[in-house]
Design a binder for this molecule. Structure first.
Ligand SMILES: C[S@@+](CC[C@H](N)C(=O)[O-])C[C@H]1O[C@@H](n2cnc3c(N)ncnc32)[C@H](O)[C@@H]1O
Length: 210
């Protein structure tokens, strides 16, 4: 499958053909790992991570079309051959696009905090979504997420504890304040400039033998 034409195909939404799902990532090349970033925004994290790790495939999921367009433009201009951007709601895309136990890593950088209590069902970092992430992760696969919002950090910590088989890599702490990856997102740069404290989480799906 030609990489750039497949990106265009995803961009126009044609990938919904059921016979193509879940996607066969082997068609895109012989990559070592399959990683996913949810809500990549304008794409700084996924593009710098992918260009530094060219043996791995990075699938980005973004519901906002403008962000997707920016990343597609960058991929074409810089001829990046290991990013596949998908447009849609991560809740749906994750369910249909990937086989269970197929992902090496999932990254969620600064999801919308939805601070009001009445909007808490809109938060991505909740137990149903964590359960879906666990299902799609391989054994020993990792789930990483970050936020600048302390209430969301505390909420996410309680929600992920409801999901079994997910081991906190920062235990005994729920999160750390030092960055885990060297690649910065647009929001992260802004929050760091403002001197905000950032909450970084890293979880690993436990081995079957646990
Ligand atoms: C606060 S922005 C952070 C963007 C980027 N990760 C960063 O750190 O600069 C949250 C992003 O998540 C996207 N988003 C929110 N809910 C989503 C969902 N259900 N599926 C996919 N993307 C989503 C938004 O469109 C937005 O681009």
């Amino acid at each position: 499958m030609d990489f750039i034409s497949s990106i265009l195909r995803f961009e126009i939404g044609d990938w919904w053909k059921e016979e193509d799902l879940p996607l066969d990532y082997k068609k895109f090349g012989n990559f070592l790992k399959l990683n996913v970033e949810v809500g990549f925004g304008s794409g700084e994290f996924i593009t710098s991570f992918a260009t530094s790790n060219q043996k791995d495939l990075f699938v980005g999921i973004e519901v906002y079309g403008e962000g997707l367009r920016k990343v597609v433009k960058k991929i074409k201009e810089e001829k990046i051959e290991n990013i596949l951007p998908l447009c849609g709601d991560a809740y749906v895309v994750m369910q249909v696009a990937f086989e269970d136990e197929s992902l090496d890593s999932i990254f969620i950088n600064f999801p919308d905090p939805w601070p009001k209590k009445r909007h808490k069902d809109r938060r991505l970092l909740k137990d149903e979504f964590f359960l879906l992430c666990k299902r799609k992760l391989k054994r020993k696969g990792t789930l990483y997420f970050s936020t600048d919002d302390e209430n969301l950090a505390l909420f996410a910590d309680l929600e992920i504890k409801k999901v079994d088989e997910m081991k906190n890599c920062n235990s005994p702490y729920p999160y750390i304040h030092e960055p885990i990856y060297p690649y910065k997102t647009k929001y992260e740069k802004k929050f760091l400039e403002e001197g905000k404290k950032i909450f970084y989480f890293l979880y690993e799906r436990e081995d079957a033998s646990h």
